[in-house]
Design a binder for this molecule. Structure first.
Ligand code: NAD
Length: 282
């Protein structure tokens, strides 16, 4: 049976490290503050925003919550971002996605000052990741690198296959694995012979958005399997993109859902908030 990669424990460790850092910064008179903007009242977004506020509270990061009505115009949102960009007491700005259909998400992401882009979605942050310069990195893939490193899993020289090429998970994941000297393949909905491609992987990252799609047929014996997916099954229980029971019998290590990648995303967001203070001080 595969070893379980415990994202809950590793994220708790990271949050405790950050708590200490933030306390030390406070002792020197430096505060960290995150502004979180939610437009509308999508229940899933409200849960995510609530969890982010809770994590800020635990670590000692100040949080400013902007809960805007669904009918907020694009210009009103852009004006608020502009105001927060200019405020010295705000270090990070996060706009909870998805936004209502009448607002252009790309325009909103591009409006956030790159030094406050704690989600790592700004084109400048993505560009820096691509050319290997320091900058904010999308939290979920950054969290996966931490999961691997803190579990003692070597990335350098290994065959890494990412299934999915979204801007927030698949593509930055591939770039980060490359930065760690993995040999990286990005596969997607148009990939031919996906099972064969996936079976090349020593490290397989599933970010497909399809419940339990990845069965043992996609997994080489002894591979490490990272499951990014989050879904509710027919019994309203959480499950991932990976068929956990089936895959756990062939792989060497695996992340569960829940308790794997999910908790790491918030931990890395908190890390980005702390890092933003350093970036702004430069
Ligand atoms: P997305 O829908 O934007 O991208 C899915 C990708 O999978 C696409 O690039 C597509 O090409 C590929 N794909 C779809 N069907 C495929 C198939 N049959 N074969 C091969 N590739 C296929 O999704 P996303 O935003 O990247 O998220 C992926 C999953 O991860 C979702 O379940 C999402 O809920 C979850 N997620 C979890 C976290 C977390 O914190 N744990 C964060 C972000 C996303």
């Amino acid at each position: 049976m595969a070893r379980m990669i415990d994202g809950k424990a590793i994220s708790a460790q990271i949050k405790d490290e950050l708590k200490e850092k933030v306390a030390a910064m406070k002792a020197e008179g430096v505060e960290v503050t995150l502004a979180v903007i939610q437009v509308g009242s999508d229940p899933a977004s409200s849960v995510y925003v609530g969890n982010k506020k809770k994590a800020c509270g635990y670590i000692g990061i100040g949080s400013l919550a902007y809960e805007l009505p669904e009918e907020t115009s694009e210009q009103e949102l852009l004006d608020l971002i502009e105001e927060l960009n200019g405020r010295k007491d705000v270090n990070g700005i996060l706009v909870q996605l998805p936004l209502p259909k009448h607002i252009d998400e790309d325009k909103v992401i591009a409006a956030i000052h790159p030094d406050k882009d704690v989600d790592g979605f700004h084109p400048q942050s993505v560009g820096k990741l691509c050319i290997g310069q320091p900058g904010f990195v999308s939290c979920t893939p950054a969290g996966i690198i931490q999961l691997l490193k803190r579990s003692g899993i070597e990335i350098a020289g290994k065959e890494c296959v990412v299934i999915g090429r979204s801007n927030i998970v698949g593509k930055p994941m591939a770039l980060l694995l490359l930065r760690e000297n993995g040999t990286v393949t990005v596969s997607h909905s148009k990939t031919e012979n996906l099972k064969e491609v996936a079976r090349r992987a020593d490290i397989l990252v599933a970010a497909v958005g399809r419940p339990k799609m990845i069965t043992r047929d996609y997994v080489k014996e002894g591979a490490v399997v990272i499951d990014v997916g989050i879904h509710r099954n027919e019994n309203n229980k959480l499950c991932g993109d990976v068929d956990f029971e089936d895959v756990a019998s062939v792989c060497s290590a695996i992340t569960p859902v829940p308790g794997g990648v999910g908790p790491m995303t918030i931990a890395m967001l908190m890390n980005n908030c702390v890092e933003s203070v350093k970036l702004q001080a430069k």
